[in-house]
Design a protein around this ligand. Sequence first.
Ligand SMILES: *[C@@H]1O[C@H](CO)[C@@H](O)[C@H](O)[C@H]1NC(C)=O
Ligand SMILES: *[C@@H]1O[C@H](CO)[C@@H](O)[C@H](O)[C@H]1NC(C)=O
Ligand SMILES: *[C@@H]1O[C@H](CO)[C@@H](O)[C@H](O)[C@H]1NC(C)=O
Ligand SMILES: *[C@@H]1O[C@H](CO)[C@@H](O)[C@H](O)[C@H]1NC(C)=O
Ligand SMILES: *[C@@H]1O[C@H](CO)[C@@H](O)[C@H](O)[C@H]1NC(C)=O
Length: 327
Amino acid sequence: MLWLRVAFLAGLGEALAITKSRSLISLEGCLKRLPHGQSVGSVANVTITSGGLLRYFLISIPPTYHAEAPTPAILSYHGGVRTAEDQLQLDQMTNPEFNTNSFVIYPQGVNNTWQGVPNITINDVQFTTDILNHVQSQYCIDSARIFATGKSDGAGFCNVLACDPVMSHRIAAFAPVSGAFYIDTLPCAPNDVPIPCHSSRNNIPFLEFHGGNDSTIKYQGGERKKECLPSIPHFIQQWAVRDRLGLHNVTTQISSNTVSYKFGTGVNFGLVEHVYDAVIGHDWPSTAPNADNQVVGHHLASFNATPIILDFFKQHPLSFWDIISEI
Ligand SMILES: *[C@@H]1O[C@H](CO)[C@@H](O)[C@H](O)[C@H]1NC(C)=O
Ligand SMILES: *[C@@H]1O[C@H](CO)[C@@H](O)[C@H](O)[C@H]1NC(C)=O
Ligand SMILES: *[C@@H]1O[C@H](CO)[C@@H](O)[C@H](O)[C@H]1NC(C)=O
Ligand SMILES: *[C@@H]1O[C@H](CO)[C@@H](O)[C@H](O)[C@H]1NC(C)=O
Ligand SMILES: *[C@@H]1O[C@H](CO)[C@@H](O)[C@H](O)[C@H]1NC(C)=O
């Protein structure tokens, strides 16, 4: 089956003369041995040049990896003042209890932060492009199943990617946690500030988590670092509008203090979703202790965000039409 799939996609690739630079259906890394010193079920530390800088990322190679099977890949961006190593501990995406079949890639931000944060001039969209080109040349990656998640500034950067004309077509789905979605405009009207976005698809799967007691990136938004943070309801509603889902949502209680708001109907039901926990702070929601919820004044969440994110990604690969329309 896997061989058939590879053969089919490779044939399709030739038939449609896919350009190498986009590598949307790239199988270049398939059937290759792992780079020297790397093994399945372990984490490798890779340095590349991007924008004239030496940059690194960690890549977790899933225990089930086989070089003939196109494998999903998740990009996970750390929060501000944190590192790739911290994010690997925080998101638990490499914990076999949650994930045994996807690569997880942890990029490291210059000065521990990301493009999109006020006055950051580093090109992290380019860095992400360079990472994807690199990993797709080295490992057998399913180009319909590349996803992005992240925390805080890293979550804000997920939105930068979702609003980028090229990356919104290369990354299938986005799941930011406690995101800082800065907009360079003042004065700040958090409930109706226009949100610039240049995505090239109008069916972008987008799942955001936010705590009602977040004192860093406040749920109701407002001015921060001389820019404007939208309120989270306004921000997520604008994704629903961009995806042409309308403003109506289905509200479901998922655990104590926590509701999910799903937008869309029919096959698009839940394409945009927001999970709101009224009592947690600026945290990666987890029922187990982590670096966020052990801070004084913070506490365990009543649910785990990680399996919800993984399930959302599983349900939202790029469709055949998303891929063809880009070619
Ligand atoms: C990965 O490599 C970078 C750059 O050499 C280094 O700063 C970082 O500590 C390394 N991380 C791990 C987990 O090895
Ligand atoms: C990183 O931070 C230092 C200290 O604030 C600053 O001097 C340097 O310019 C920053 N690097 C980049 C690439 O922005
Ligand atoms: C960003 O740069 C502008 C122009 O140099 C400056 O006025 C502003 O204070 C800076 N913002 C922050 C948050 O440092
Ligand atoms: C979802 O719908 C309910 C009921 O109309 C509304 O109170 C709530 O604000 C909506 N949530 C979002 C995020 O739009
Ligand atoms: C909200 O956060 C503050 C400060 O972090 C903390 O003191 C308070 O107990 C928190 N409230 C709840 C309901 O957790």
